[in-house]
Write a protein that binds this ligand. Structure first.
Ligand code: PMV
Length: 328
């Protein structure tokens, strides 16, 4: 049977992490590092998943998938997406699924949501069923929540499906494109992988201990998101930078920044970036800095001379296209 390949982009949170889990909006951009998923259906009794993480394919019977047997993390997003797809379209089939990543999961750029979204898109083409982007979003979001068993706003799933720059409210109750021609960022990996679940739990605990303090921070982050949308639409980079600095201070107030992230943010500012902040849950992963053609080199140099041995500049373009079928 004919094979189909879909790809979906990774993401970077621009404004609003954590606050998005408390009902406020956030802004996310898709980035041009993609997850690719190839699907070939067959009439056999099992689903075989090949990843670039392990040399051995992972094989599950249809019955095991339907029974929800435990599977290793690296294939769980694919397997759960297959089961959700079967349930939605009332189908079941044997399949060979191959995933390939243009980026390591440790950057925190949303490889899990991108692989889930690309799997569902490729499955639909292989099974010859029509699927809208909204349905891909729903199925992928349900799959990601099932695997992560916890709080997840779904902003990364939305970026993988729709691409571009999005104004997003948790659960997808608002997903709106912000029309922008360019968003010039320097992206620097901190050298440390963060645990989103742990950091979300830490902020939840702080909210239980000091509700007024946390609510005040979340409210201000919500305001920054709305001002941020206006700055993005106007391509006002100095204002965008000011808002990022403020967002970073508020995230530090929630206890999710680290010495390494603070050092990188400060170095970006020394390198004349307009502003910088952590992106995502905090605790590690990446920082982003607003730097245009004039100050990009100085920002990169300053980040590279910071005292963070494993820091790495990631060459990524923002405003990337959402999920798509690739030519074979
Ligand atoms: O750590 P990341 O890149 O998955 O970002 C998490 C962002 C949070 O707002 C903390 C959680 C969420 O699901 O929105």
């Amino acid at each position: 049977m004919e094979g189909y390949t879909a790809s979906a982009p990774g993401k970077l949170m621009i404004f609003g992490e954590h606050a998005v889990l408390y009902g406020y909006p956030c802004i996310v951009t898709a980035v041009d590092l993609r997850m690719r998923v190839g699907v070939k259906l067959n009439s056999g009794p099992s689903v075989e998943v090949k990843t670039d993480i392990s040399p051995e394919p992972f094989i599950l019977s249809r019955e095991q998938i339907e029974r929800r047997v435990d599977v290793p993390k690296e294939v769980s997003f694919v397997i759960v997406a297959v089961r959700r797809f079967w349930e939605h379209f009332n189908l079941a089939f044997g399949a060979e699924i191959t995933t390939k990543s243009e980026f390591t999961y440790s950057y925190g750029l949303g490889s899990s949501s991108a692989v889930t979204v690309a799997t569902i898109r490729a499955l639909a083409s292989a099974a010859k069923v029509e699927i809208s982007k909204d349905t891909i979003f729903r199925l992928a979001y349900e799959s990601v929540k099932e695997v992560q068993r916890g709080d997840a706003s779904g902003f990364d799933v939305a970026a993988a499906v729709y691409g571009g720059l999005l104004y997003y409210v948790s659960g997808g109750s608002t997903i709106r494109e912000i029309r922008s021609d360019s968003l010039p960022l320097v992206v620097c990996y901190s050298g440390t992988k963060a645990s989103t679940v742990e950091l979300v739990g830490k902020v939840r605990q702080l909210h239980r201990d000091r509700p007024m303090y946390v609510d005040e921070i979340m409210t201000e982050i919500g305001e920054i998101v709305n001002s941020g949308e206006a700055a993005l639409l106007a391509a006002d980079y100095p204002q965008l930078g000011r808002l990022m600095k403020r967002n970073q201070n508020l995230l530090a107030g929630l206890g999710v920044s680290t010495d390494v992230l603070d050092t990188l943010v400060d170095s970006a500012l020394v390198g004349s970036a307009y502003g910088a902040k952590l992106s995502g849950a905090g605790g590690g992963d990446c920082i982003i800095a607003v730097s245009t053609a004039e100050n990009r080199v100085a920002t990169v140099d300053s980040l590279m001379s910071a005292d963070v041995p494993n820091a790495k500049i990631l060459e990524v373009a923002t405003l990337a296209e959402g999920v798509r079928i690739e030519p074979n």
